[in-house]
Each structure stands twice: as structure tokens, then as C-alpha cells.
Design a protein around this ligand. Structure first.
Ligand code: ME8
Length: 504
């Protein structure tokens, strides 16, 4: 089975975690959970970006020592991810000794292989972006993203020979040997590369809060070079190259141009895919501290619960595109997709089995595979097409609800018609399969459905996604004693609390 290594950006510790970071991290978690479920050896890395002028400024503002500040915010990220049920295998911090050591080795290799040279540089630096801006990017002299005036910097720095890699980058991006997704982003990067590529400064002369260059301690490492190397320093043996670097579109240039060029320069394999998702606004406005519309993770989890928040983030708009969030929109989606659709289906089926067959999953004719379409989801996961995944799930739930309406089990029960068993057994199987496909997105919900179907243990130990066999296991058995649909011992239980209580 092919290994799977997925990463998120490492987030700046200038601010507490908000739903922008949660968006990317949940998406990466869904991919990691899916890959583990289908049996791939999986490694999922996230972490925090802790050096540079921006972090130093934010520490000063909060009257904290830089490291103390980083510890506090990195701790907030860790607990936010725990709360969101994020299954990262490691959490890398750029202040970790293991990371600093890797950065030194990486830079030393570039230096000894003569991929770095010293030169004078004059430029306009935006601390919030942590990069130099060129004149054509400015709007009225200001950074277009942060609306702040960049500062003029003139110093002697070390430069990486980025321009040497222009042709090679164009080739590997054009022929798809390093994937950039969605397709539109690939075109955007190729377009820019065709215009030219300049060398970049990789060090700073007067910035103490950064990793000193191993070959010239008077200079420190540029924060972006430091940060990108986290994907190597946090990667266990045999997992490189990354299969997916999941990022927002704001940092695509760094990941699709600078990062692969650095890897080519040190002779390491390139990531398989870089996926840049869209950016979202809140009620039509950019999420920012100044506007005061930053949504914290807890605001969503307090209202909707963890699983629903994961679902709502991924379903609000197509993954690769920009979109807008509004609390009203999220609530509407919660009620329609989760309370009325998925939650209601589970409750309908479980209630009928309890009422008509005393909680036993009956044996019946499998006349109809209601869940056939769910099998297509595998391909959507491979393409990171979260929208198609969710659409397929909702379509299936819709058609199962229609199947219930048309087969009217309540009538069959009244008539003591033996077809009732066929219908109920079909429905139980469908919920069983559905729970598997819901698991990566809503792991706790999937587990609850699993338990309501009378299944013991953890749903993630099920083999269904490997062998497509439905095997209902008797509660209390130790894994070897398996039953099939119809075993009397399997009792399904109606939950005391609905999966998704309706919000008013
Ligand atoms: O750029 N919509 O970190 P960062 C969607 N440290 N995604 C959003 C978002 C929004 N409104 N706001 C933030 C950095 N994000 C560097 C990365 S990696 C080697 C170094 C997400 O704290 C999105 O994933 O500014 C975006 O790319 C990332 O947060 C930027 O996080």
C-alpha cells in the first residue's frame, strides 16, 4: 500500500487560532483519516511558524519574551486541534531543536554546493507578509493585503540562486510531475514563471529572532526558508516526499516555486501535489483583527458541536474557490444537511427497527444496493474533491429517504408483509456503509452510528473499505465471532440524544 504524507502550513504564532487555520487543518485531517482507513501508512504533520519580525513584534505587543509568547500560542494551536479532533501524528515548531538542526544542515548543503551567494539588496519589506514586495504589487504605496506601508530595507544578504531553476520548474509543473491543484492555480504559477524568476534573499542582517546562518553567524535565516524546511524536519524516515502539501492560495508561490527549487538544489525528491484552496471572507469582509470579525473555533463548536463544525467548514463553498461564511448560512446548512437529512435518516431507520423488529437487524433479500454510489467517493478523495464527497453522501441520503417513503415500512408492518425484513435490512446495511464514508469528516458521528447499529469497538478497525464486505459483529464478541445481518444477538439502540439536534 502506498504511503501517504500530508501537511498543513505551519501557522504564524502572531495570533490565536481562528477558523481560517481550522479550515485547512480539518481538510488535511479528513485526508489523513481517509488514507489510514483505506490502509495506507499515513503521516500527518502540522505545526507553528515561530521566528521572524512579525512574531517578534507580536510578542513585544503582548509584553512577552519571544519564546514565552511562542509557547503560549503554540499551546493554543495544540489545544484547538485537540478540540477539533485533529489526528496529526506530530506537531512541529520552528523553535524545536530538531528543526533548527535540519535548517542548518539544509543551508550548509546549499552553501557548500555554491547555490548561495552574497549581495546587496534594496527593497520594500512587508512585515505582515514577511516578504519583499515589488512596486507593481503596491496599491497607493501600501501592501495590498495588509494596507500598511512596507519598510525600505537595504542590506547585504545571502541569496539563493532561484533563477537557475526557472526552466526546470516550468517543465515539472507543465508535465504534471509535480502537481499544482486546482488546475487554475497551476496556470497562474506557470504564467508568472514565464515572466521571469529572480534570485531571493534568504537571510537578514539585523533580525535576532531567527536561526543564525551556519556559515555566517552575523546573519539569520529568512523566516520563509526556515518555515518551508519544517516539511523535512518534521517528516519521519521513508515518508518523504510529501504526497499533499495542503495550503491556502496566499502562499502558493512559496510552495510551488521556492520550495521545489530548494529541494532541487539539495537533491531531494519533489512533493507529489500542492493543493491551494480558496480564501474565505466573513459576511463579505476579509477576516481581520482590525475589522473585529475574526471567528474563533469555539464560536462554531459551541453552537454546532465539533463534528458539525468540521462538516460545515468543508461544505460552505467549493474547496478550491473563494467563498463567504455567515453564521446564518452555517445554521441553515446545519439544519438542512445534518439535522433534517443525515441525522433524520439515522433516527428514522433505528426507530423503525426498534419498533417493528424489536431492535433486531432482520435477515432480508438484498434487492437493492442503496449505497452503490458511495463507492465513487474513493476517487473523490484521491482528487481532494470534498464537494463531490459531500454531494454524493447527501444524494445517497436523499435517495434512501425516498426509498423509505416509497416502500412505506409502516404499512408493511401493519400488513405483516415479509418484505418489511428486506427493507429494514437494506436500510441497516446502508447506514453501516454510510458511517464509513462519514468517518473521515465526522469521526464521532460515524462512531455513534456504528454503535447504534449494535457494533462494538471502533469503526476505524472495520475492514469494509479494504474488502467491501459488510460484516455485522456481535457486541461483546472478541472480533473472531462474527455474525451476519439477521443474527439475533445484534441489537440496535435508539439514541437518547439525536445526532444533530435542530437549531432554532
Ligand atoms: O502563511 N481562508 O502562516 P499563516 C482560508 N507561516 N484559509 C485561511 C484563511 C482564510 N480567510 N486565513 C488563514 C503562513 N488561512 C506561514 C506558512 S508554511 C511553510 C508557512 C489558512 O499563519 C490558509 O491555509 O499566515 C493559509 O495559507 C494559512 O492559513 C496562512 O497561515
Amino acid at each position: 500500500m502506498k504511503k501517504f504524507y500530508v501537511t498543513t502550513p505551519i501557522y504564524y504564532v502572531n495570533d490565536s487560532p481562528h477558523i481560517g487555520y481550522t479550515y485547512t487543518t480539518v481538510a488535511a485531517d479528513v485526508l489523513a483519516r481517509w488514507n489510514r482507513f483505506i490502509g495506507s501508512p499515513t503521516f500527518f504533520l502540522t505545526g507553528t511558524d515561530e521566528h521572524g519580525a512579525k512574531i517578534l513584534e507580536s510578542a513585544k505587543k503582548m509584553n512577552r519574551e519571544p519564546k514565552e509568547h511562542c509557547d503560549a500560542i503554540a499551546g493554543e494551536f495544540k489545544s484547538a486541534w485537540k478540540k477539533m479532533n485533529i489526528s496529526n501524528d506530530d506537531f512541529i515548531r520552528t523553535t524545536d531543536t530538531r528543526h533548527e538542526q535540519t535548517v542548518r544542515e539544509f543551508l550548509n548543503k546549499l552553501y557548500t554546493d555554491k547555490k548561495i551567494y552574497k549581495a546587496k539588496y534594496n527593497g520594500l519589506y512587508c512585515v505582515q507578509c514577511e516578504r519583499f514586495l515589488v512596486d507593481t504589487e503596491l496599491e497607493g504605496g501600501l501592501c495590498p493585503d495588509h494596507k500598511t506601508r512596507p519598510v525600505e530595507q537595504s542590506e547585504e544578504n545571502y541569496f539563493f540562486k532561484l533563477s537557475d531553476y526557472r526552466k526546470k520548474l516550468i517543465d515539472i509543473i507543465s508535465d504534471g510531475s509535480m502537481g499544482i491543484l486546482p488546475e487554475g492555480r497551476k496556470k497562474e504559477i506557470l504564467g508568472k514563471l514565464k515572466l521571469g524568476l529572480e534570485d531571493i534573499s534568504i537571510s537578514r542582517a539585523n533580525l535576532p529572532w531567527a536561526i543564525p546562518l551556519p556559515f555566517d553567524e552575523a546573519q539569520t535565516t529568512y523566516v520563509w526558508i526556515d518555515a518551508l524546511i519544517n516539511y523535512i524536519s518534521g517528516c519521519p524516515q521513508n515518508f518523504w516526499p510529501a504526497n499533499v502539501h495542503l495550503i491556502g492560495k496566499d502562499i502558493l508561490w512559496f510552495h510551488s516555486v521556492i520550495w521545489p527549487a530548494l529541494l532541487l538544489a539539495v537533491g531531494l525528491p519533489l512533493p507529489e501535489k500542492i493543493y491551494a484552496h480558496g480564501f474565505f471572507t466573513v459576511n463579505g469582509q476579509k477576516m481581520s483583527k482590525t475589522i473585529g470579525n475574526v471567528i474563533r473555533v469555539e464560536e462554531l463548536t459551541d453552537k454546532f458541536g465539533v463534528d458539525a463544525t468540521r462538516y460545515l467548514l468543508l461544505s460552505a463553498f467549493p474547496f478550491g474557490t473563494d467563498g463567504d461564511f455567515s453564521m446564518d448560512g452555517l445554521k441553515e446548512k446545519y439544519n438542512s444537511d445534518l439535522a433534517n437529512n443525515i441525522g433524520n435518516l439515522v433516527s428514522r431507520v433505528v426507530t423503525m427497527v426498534e419498533k417493528y423488529t424489536e431492535g433486531r437487524i432482520p435477515e432480508g433479500q438484498k434487492s437493492k444496493k442503496l449505497w452503490n454510489e458511495l463507492l465513487l467517493i474513493k476517487e473523490h478523495y484521491e482528487n481532494l474533491d470534498f464537494n463531490k464527497i459531500l454531494d454524493t453522501i447527501l444524494k445517497t441520503v436523499d435517495s434512501v429517504n425516498r426509498y423509505i417513503d416509497s416502500s412505506a415500512p409502516w404499512k408493511l408492518a401493519k400488513e405483516k408483509n415479509s418484505k418489511l425484513n428486506d427493507v429494514l435490512s437494506n436500510l441497516c446495511e446502508t447506514l453501516w456503509v454510510l458511517a464509513h464514508y462519514l468517518y473521515p469528516i465526522m469521526p464521532q458521528t460515524a462512531q455513534r452510528i456504528w454503535e447504534q447499529l449494535g457494533q462494538a469497538g471502533k469503526i476505524e478497525s472495520s475492514n469494509f473499505l479494504l474488502d467491501n464486505k459488510i460484516v455485522f459483529t456481535k457486541v461483546g464478541s472478541v472480533g473472531t465471532e462474527v455474525g451476519s445481518v439477521g443474527k439475533e444477538e445484534i441489537k440496535i439502540t435508539r439514541p437518547k440524544i439525536p445526532l444533530f439536534p435542530r437549531l432554532t
